[in-house]
Design a protein around this ligand. Structure first.
Ligand SMILES: Nc1ncnc2c1ncn2[C@@H]1O[C@H](COP(=O)(O)OP(=O)(O)OP(=O)(O)O)[C@@H](O)[C@H]1O
Length: 326
């Protein structure tokens, strides 16, 4: 087993060297000490994950799960108590790596006396972007996020959603390879959310790597190649598109009586039968639905309820965080 782990680790590093991996996080822990007695909060606990170049990777989890702390560790704003993080093949606090990163914090707090254009120009200069390209990008991004009419106005006069839009432009002005967004949908109206979805898809099409955390499962579901579920500082599960499709295919049928032929919970050819009070609950995939219902009707058993999974991520999320044994 030990040799297998070592081999896996070597493979991880080789992939990183050849730039297939944008983020590598290896057994990372982060503790905070709070209060005069130095009580310990374990914000991140033994998280190992890798994000491949060109992927859209989402992190979801309840409030206080450790999502923002993990993103701050990736950005190098705080250091892990234990474990190793590599961003674009370098340490997160390496300046060369910083200029290739774009970041939107959870609550953007910019100098309010600057306009959105001044803010973006500042970011572009710090990142060493060609001044000619800077002007083009400023216009393009302000237009894309639909705030070009307010580009010269001071940020102190912006609404929450406008600050968020300016923050997204700020994160992208230097055309970074890796974009880390903490709650990017926060404060955006439905039009703004749609713009952001289009923006993420455009960035993905251009080969960028995007990592974001969000509570809006709908957006996470439609954008991400992989989704990590965090709870109590731990990474409980990583889902891919196939997991979502499998879940979407799930059907739950409630029959009015418990079949006498079923002595206990049973699994027959992928169809699961369970007792719930006097009823039978059948869980199967959509293509088994017709046969399962026909069989019940043939035996004169009435179908009381039929549930077809329409929010696969929500279901997988709720199951994961309610199952403490995971
Ligand atoms: N600087 C800090 N000092 C002490 N505790 C902290 C600090 N930052 C985060 N924590 C604690 O770490 C835990 C994880 O916080 P974090 O902000 O990462 O959660 P989150 O998943 O982003 O939550 P939310 O969805 O509410 O934004 C929480 O218990 C929080 O109180």
């Amino acid at each position: 087993m030990a040799w297998f782990c070592s081999l896996l680790f070597v493979c991880f590093y080789l992939a990183e060297v050849f730039s297939f991996v944008s983020i590598l996080c290896d057994h990372v822990f982060k503790k905070f000490r709070i209060g005069v007695r130095g009580k310990i909060v374990q914000a991140v606990s033994d998280v190992s994950v890798s994000v491949n170049q060109g992927d859209v990777f989402g992190i979801i989890g309840p409030n206080g799960a450790g999502k923002s702390t993990l993103l701050k560790l990736f950005m190098g704003f705080i250091k892990p108590t234990f474990g190793k993080i590599s961003i674009l093949g370098k340490s997160p606090d390496n300046p060369q790596c910083r200029s290739r990163l774009g970041y939107l914090p959870e609550n953007p707090c910019f100098y309010e006396h600057l306009s959105a254009i001044e803010l973006m120009r500042f970011s572009a200069e710090v990142s060493g972007l060609d001044p000619k390209k800077t002007n083009e990008e400023i216009i393009r991004l302000l237009k894309f996020m639909n705030i070009e009419h307010a580009g010269n106005r001071k940020l102190r006069g912006y609404s929450k959603g406008m600050v968020q839009r300016a923050g997204i432009c700020f994160a992208l002005i230097h055309d970074p390879e890796l974009i880390i967004l903490d709650e990017p949908m926060s404060g955006l109206d439905p039009v703004g959310r749609k713009l952001l979805v289009d923006l993420v898809l455009d960035l993905k099409a251009r080969g960028k790597t995007i990592l974001f955390c969000s509570h809006i499962l709908n957006d996470v579901e439609r954008l991400c190649d992989r989704i990590a579920i965090m709870h109590n500082g731990e990474l409980k599960k990583i889902l891919n598109r196939k997991d979502l499709i499998d879940q979407e295919n799930q059907v739950c049928i409630r029959l009015e009586t418990f079949s006498k032929e079923l002595s206990d919970d049973m699994d027959i050819l992928g169809v699961r039968y369970a007792k719930e009070g006097n009823a039978t609950i059948i869980s199967c995939s959509r293509n088994q639905l017709k046969d399962s219902v026909n069989m019940a009707l043939k035996h004169g058993i009435r179908v009381e309820e039929l549930n077809i999974s329409t929010h696969p991520l929500e279901k997988l999320f709720m199951d994961t965080i309610s199952d403490e044994s995971v």
